[in-house]
Design a protein around this ligand. Structure first.
Ligand code: FRU
Length: 469
């Protein structure tokens, strides 16, 4: 261990010990940072039966700062145990941040790939085409708890020459005996794309293809992911720089997927981009496959560079959480998301009612509204968050947009939907995730209630509310 690692470790422990405390908005079901700031999920995997979730972590500043990889483990994706920091920014090739990356489980070992971020100083740099290094680094672990020496695999000069300095977030997988990696990128012409690399040994990588749409779609694609689920091929990307038209009513950056026709190594065609989530707080998701073959998706429930709204946890020295893990499936040709089935055993029925249900005092619950007639549905949470179908669209909106209110500044998000069949609401202490029509659409938001109340009304529907223990 070098002296920098030693001191970062000591300082992190110190600030965690000082600030690890209960405060009113800490979640029950959602993974949060012990203190400070959390962003992207990294290195998600199931390894020797145990789930591992690493996260972009800035323990020293709840507004974000120097990034390292915090580490949680779980046996059920509900209860998470904090394991400390696994990767510190302690080498010349990652000294400005251990940025995002992924895990590959292979040959009984865990391989972590990430971007070592470096910002050069003492120069006239724009930090887009100059002044920044994006190094691809590998770390191997035998047991998922102790991590070996960092090995630098690629530097900017190893990426195609049309790219700016912005190349990052390697996601690695194995298919038919070969290893593949996608990385997010921004070209010198400010176009977002995904790079595909191939390897036979997990160490030496050859560039194979770049993936992009027929016309320019944003200036940067971050945190790419590629997977096949029930016969569909999906390329996921978190896109920056979408402006005008429909994007004006949406978040500052987007996370979505392109269904792909063809082959990512040769001829391919990206289909229409669909958002993973239409709510206020969702960015940089990552997927992994469980040992029993399910595709799980976890996202940062937050939004970078967002001035319009904030989080009331800042006063307690922490910010952000992950979404509750979701299973991805395909139903009637559409990608659908549902909370992982592990939640089932935690649910206890509070009440089942027809057409109208009203309850006070429950903080963490699931509410299922099934068999909705005539698209008539409305729910009000904490007196301020309205979920409603109107004008052929599903809306999530807060009555009050004041930063001191339940919304902490959030306003309205919506998406067109032809008809409404069912709605599932997963509410935790300071978050709400809404699954519409079996999870064809999802809306996620943080919220900060002073009183926990819910009222749901839906024509002809069966409404069931379950407490989550
Ligand atoms: C996405 C992102 C990644 C980067 C990381 C740094 O939120 O910008 O592209 O690796 O966050 O924390």
């Amino acid at each position: 261990m070098n002296a920098l690692t030693r001191d970062l470790k000591m300082l992190t422990k110190k600030v965690e010990d000082q600030t690890m405390q209960d405060d009113c908005f800490r979640q029950k079901l959602h993974l949060m940072p012990p203190t400070g700031w959390l962003n992207d999920p990294n290195g998600l995997c199931q390894f020797q039966g145990v789930y591992h979730a690493f996260f972009q972590y800035s323990p020293f500043d709840a507004n974000g700062g120097l990034k390292m990889w915090g580490h949680y483990t779980s046996t059920d994706m509900i209860e998470w145990k904090y394991e400390g920091v696994s990767l510190y920014p302690d080498q010349p090739f990652d000294c400005h941040g251990v940025y995002s990356g992924s895990a590959l489980v292979d040959n009984g070992k865990m391989y972590l790939y990430y971007t070592g971020n470096v910002k050069l100083e003492d120069g006239e740099y724009d930090y887009i085409n100059s002044g920044r290094e994006a190094n691809t680094i590998l770390v191997v672990s035998e047991d998922g708890m102790e991590f070996g020496a960092k090995k630098e695999l690629m530097r900017n000069e190893d990426y195609p020459s049309d790219l700016s300095c912005h190349v990052r977030d390697p996601k690695v997988w194995k298919q038919d005996g070969m290893y593949y990696m996608v990385q997010g990128a921004r070209t010198r012409q400010d176009e977002g794309k995904v790079l595909v690399f191939e390897s036979t040994d997990k160490m030496n990588w050859k560039f194979r293809n770049s993936l992009t749409g027929k016309s320019r779609f944003g200036y940067m694609w971050e945190c790419p992911d590629y997977f096949e689920v029930e016969g569909m091929k999906l390329l996921s990307a978190s896109v920056q720089g979408l402006e005008g038209g429909e994007w004006e009513d949406r978040n500052v950056y987007q996370s979505g997927y392109f269904p792909i026709k063809g082959d990512i190594l040769n001829e391919y065609n990206l289909q229409e981009y669909c958002l993973w989530d239409y709510g206020f707080d969702y960015y940089a998701p990552q997927s992994f496959e469980t040992e029993d073959g399910r595709r799980i998706h976890i996202s940062w429930m937050g939004m970078p560079d967002c001035e319009d709204y904030t989080n009331k946890t800042l006063k307690d020295g922490w910010q952000h959480c992950f979404t509750f893990p979701r299973e991805i499936h395909v139903k009637d040709g559409k990608v659908v998301q549902q909370p992982v089935r592990e939640l089932e055993s935690r649910k206890k029925l509070i009440e089942s009612a027809e057409e109208r249900l009203e309850k006070d005092g429950y903080e963490t619950y699931e509410l299922n509204v099934d068999g909705i007639q005539d698209n008539k549905f409305r729910a009000v949470l904490a007196g301020e968050l309205i979920l409603e179908y109107q004008n052929r669209r599903f809306e999530m909106r807060f009555i009050n947009q004041d930063k001191e209110s339940v919304s902490a500044g959030r306003g309205l998000r919506y998406q067109e939907v032809d008809s409404l069949r069912n709605v599932k609401i997963l509410a935790d202490i300071s978050s709400v995730e809404v699954f519409v029509n079996d999870g064809e659409l999802v809306f996620s938001t943080r919220y900060y209630p002073d009183k926990y109340t819910v009222l749901a009304e839906a024509a002809g529907a069966q409404i069931r509310m379950m407490e989550i223990k």
